[in-house]
Design a protein around this ligand. Structure first.
Ligand SMILES: [Fe+2]
Ligand SMILES: [Fe+2]
Length: 410
């Protein structure tokens, strides 16, 4: 087996998780738990030990227990009553036991799924509740932002399916999402975009949407061409695609990683690049970005230990926005850093990052007005030609003034 047993969360941890499984015995791992743990962050608790504190730490509760014991039924009912979460609950029947279904219906659990129904029905029910939860939390943001986050979520699902089946990538949706992210940031500003993205329940989606947001902003602040900006945003959206092969339980583990788990995560650049090569249609530079975004200029990165001129400008820029996003994000195992702290941390990575690009990025994110600018962002000049597409360092190119009324990034 390639990966260790799934490290499910201990319930009661301070972080929100996606799905709480309520089981007869919390040490059991039924098939639905294994399947769900590959897609969502998951914890489990026994029916006899559940309390409101467990329910409040999860967005969805899935009861997969026989419910023969009336004491257990009462505890579940109390936990649901306390938080009025019955619409966020799913009961998955065990075997042919009818009693459990009757008990689940009696306590008003919103959705009951019979044992003969496929596991996909359970996963779809979980996803449906998570989507509703996300919609609630995005309430009040402009429609354009909500639409872009939802569309990008659909993009990830389609990319995951394409990679599982070695099928063609949804290239049109990828381009649309990349452009829409730029338009959404133009509408609300980078800071509001990041705030909205932080509402997303999936850590991986949050990360990729943030990296794409910073990438779009960085490209514009450097005055990159429309083609380069689109390429950079697309590469950002797909850079961690190899993580789709790694269980969420490892990716979002709250505690320290074991050596085996750390090695499993470090496989994601190679796995992502390999999958993108097999699924037809990804640009070679996008594949290179997925493979090399953890490389450092001093040769200490992975997977290939590339150094200096072996690392193209697109990858150098992606590495900077990727690290910055990771430092800024709050994750299950750490708090997010302030912009200044994150930049200080990165400034300590001597020799690893492109110093000129890092200086430009630092000036951008520490500029007090930059993040709230809504339109006409970027410098008053833009680069005359495509740099990233041609492997040319953006800061080595001549610029020309923006034409009045010219929309460089439609
Ligand atoms: Fe990565
Ligand atoms: Fe990343």
């Amino acid at each position: 087996m390639l990966f260790p047993a799934l490290p499910l969360r201990e319930v009661g941890a301070k972080v929100m998780i996606d799905v709480l499984f309520v089981l007869d015995d919390k040490t059991e791992t039924p098939a639905i738990v294994t399947r769900a743990a590959a897609m969502f962050s998951v914890a489990r608790v026994s029916a006899s030990g559940i309390g409101p504190e467990h329910v409040s730490s999860a967005r969805v509760m899935v009861v997969h227990a026989a419910l023969r014991n009336l004491h257990d039924v009462a505890r579940i009912e109390d936990a649901c009553d306390e938080l009025r979460r019955r619409d966020d609950c799913v009961y998955v029947a065990k075997g042919s036991e009818r009693a459990g279904i009757v008990q689940a219906e009696s306590v008003g659990i919103g959705r009951v799924i019979a044992a003969h129904q496929p596991l996909e029905d359970v996963l779809a029910a979980i996803q449906c509740i998570l989507n509703r939860d996300l919609a609630n939390r995005l309430d009040g943001y402009p429609e354009q932002v909500i639409e872009t986050i939802n569309t990008t979520g659909t993009l990830f699902q389609q990319v995951a399916a394409a990679m599982r089946e070695d099928g063609p990538l949804p290239l049109r949706l990828l381009s649309d999402s990349s452009r829409n992210i730029g338009a959404a940031i133009e509408c609300v500003g980078l800071v509001e975009w990041i705030n909205a993205v932080e509402m997303h329940h999936s850590q991986t989606c949050r990360h990729v949407l943030m990296v794409a947001g910073y990438a779009d902003a960085f490209a514009r602040s450097l005055g990159l061409s429309a083609s380069d900006t689109l390429l950079f945003t697309k590469a950002s959206l797909l850079h961690d695609v190899g993580k789709l092969f790694i269980p969420i339980g490892i990716l979002e583990k709250a505690g320290p990683l074991s050596e085996q788990e750390r090695r499993a995560i470090m496989t994601h650049p190679l796995r992502g690049a390999k999958a993108l090569r097999k699924g037809s249609g990804a640009q070679p530079l996008v594949i290179a970005a997925a493979r090399s975004h953890h490389e450092y200029l001093d040769g200490t990165g992975y997977p290939d230990g590339l150094a200096g001129g072996q690392i193209c400008p697109l990858v150098r820029m992606l590495t900077i926005v990727d690290i910055y996003s990771a430092l800024r994000e709050t994750r299950a195992y750490k708090a997010g850093m302030t912009p200044r702290l994150a930049i200080t941390e990165m400034a300590g990575m001597k020799g690893k990052l492109d110093p000129r690009l890092f200086a430009a990025f630092r000036d951008m994110v520490l500029n007090p007005v930059f993040g709230s600018q809504r339109s006409s962002r970027g410098p008053e000049t833009r680069l005359a030609n495509d740099c990233l597409l041609n492997g040319i360092h953006p800061l080595d190119r001549e610029t020309r003034p923006l034409e009045v009324g010219h929309r460089a990034f439609g």
